[in-house]
Ligand binder design. Structure first.
Ligand code: PMP
Ligand code: GLN
Length: 383
């Protein structure tokens, strides 16, 4: 995690956001929205500060948020949770992932199966835990895992199968038979499933189908989500994890020494958000879908090949037809050439797997319509 000169290596997101700031380019790199979420959620945070929610919240989370998460999982997915035992509020999804991996993994003998390309924190957290990362490749353009490769990756050494659905960076929604096979393999090899579903409300042709709702899955699945993406408040860092009480208890045991608690006034505000009417969630999804379509059309017009995503903030495009041979170089030049910043998919891969994603680039669509139109115009004009 440290560079040769002893400084912390910036994440690809920090690096690319700095490049956007330096060049004045439109930032379609780091996945954060450029407008705030529902007014009712923002107002609820102001109200919570005024009402005195400014000291340490309870270690497991504000009771009203725990209740709202339990309602959300029951009403949407039919997953019944005990709000006092099966849920833990965390400092974003990141802390939920970190605390779970540190709590449940024993070290060098344990393996964690991960779908590649993967969100950058996964490999860093696995490295911190001392476990071994076992990748299962997702291939252009559908990015669904091959079931034989998945079966070959899972063994009795597998402690966790780490799923991300909808998937960052590809925008893939895992097929039903893939999810069923993950559950079957977890049973066969006595592994646990850690599923990162932060984009659960951004499945364009929904509904989202959580792994934990599949038959036989709940007893060995921990599900992670976050308010950041759904309510466009990525700076609030309110996440949560839910699953069988004994595992959540182990995660809490670690979490209490990572951050103890966080985001006091934002927790009741997120409870308000989770209880907003369905029309609000539909609006968030429809806006993102329109953004995906705008940037997708712009990329096609510019000459990229486009893998149309089924969910998430992201669209992956292949720049090979534009002469790119290395996505990282292409992305470093893109702000100068087109006034747009994007992320090379190679940043989400292992050394061994990187060549598979050599010419692929991730664009974030979570920006205002006029910003996406301008980015599309610039891309089409530049190539
Ligand atoms: N998981 C995935 C797949 C993500 O894309 C992100 C990025 N926002 C996170 C986790 C981290 O979420 P949070 O900001 O809530 O920690
Ligand atoms: N999840 C965001 C992305 O994939 C970035 C979050 C971060 O900067 N760590 O773009």
């Amino acid at each position: 995690l440290l560079a040769d000169d002893g400084t912390a290596t910036p994440t690809i997101f920090a690096e690319m956001s700095a490049l956007a700031a330096r060049t004045g380019a439109i930032n379609l790199g780091q996945g954060f929205p450029d407008s705030d979420g529902p007014a009712a959620v923002l107002e609820a945070a102001r109200d919570a500060i005024a009402a005195g929610f400014n000291q340490y919240p309870p270690g497991r989370g504000e009771p009203d948020l725990l209740a709202a998460i339990a309602e959300h999982q029951a009403n949407r997915y039919g997953i019944r949770l005990d709000a006092d035992r099966d849920i833990l509020v965390t400092a974003g999804a990141t802390e939920a992932l970190a605390a779970t991996i540190l709590a449940l993994v024993d070290g060098a003998d344990d393996e964690i199966v991960v779908f590649e390309p993967f969100y950058d924190a996964y490999s860093a957290l696995i490295a911190l835990s001392g476990a071994r990362l076992v990748p299962v490749p997702l291939r252009w353009p559908h990015f669904q895992p091959d079931l034989d490769e998945l079966r070959a990756a899972v063994s009795d050494r597998t402690r966790l199968i780490l799923v991300n659905d909808p998937h960052n960076p590809t925008g893939t929604v895992f097929a039903d038979d893939v999810k069923r096979e993950i559950v079957r393999l977890a049973h066969e090899h006595d592994a646990l499933i850690l599923t990162d579903e932060v984009y659960e409300h951004l499945v364009f042709d929904g509904p989202h189908k959580p792994i934990a709702a599949l038959p036989g899955a709940f007893e060995r699945t921990l599900t992670v989500s976050s308010a950041g993406k759904t309510f466009s408040v990525t700076g609030w860092k309110v996440g949560w994890i839910s699953g069988p009480a004994e595992f959540v208890q182990a995660v809490l045991a670690v979490k209490q020494f990572l951050t103890y608690v966080s985001a006091g006034p934002f927790q009741p505000a997120v409870a308000v958000g989770l209880r907003l009417p369905e029309s609000v969630f539909r609006g968030i999804r429809d806006t993102l879908r329109a953004g995906r379509d705008t940037i997708g059309a712009g990329l096609l017009e510019a000459g990229f090949d486009v893998a149309v995503p089924a969910g998430s903030y992201f669209t992956v495009a292949d720049a090979a037809a534009l002469g790119a041979v290395d996505a990282a170089t292409f992305c470093r030049e893109l702000p100068h050439r087109a006034g747009v910043v994007a992320i090379p998919l190679t940043a989400f891969a292992t050394d061994e797997g990187r060549s598979r994603y050599r010419t692929l680039v991730r664009f974030a669509a979570c920006k205002r319509p006029e910003v996406l139109s301008e980015a599309s115009r610039r891309l089409a004009a530049a190539f």
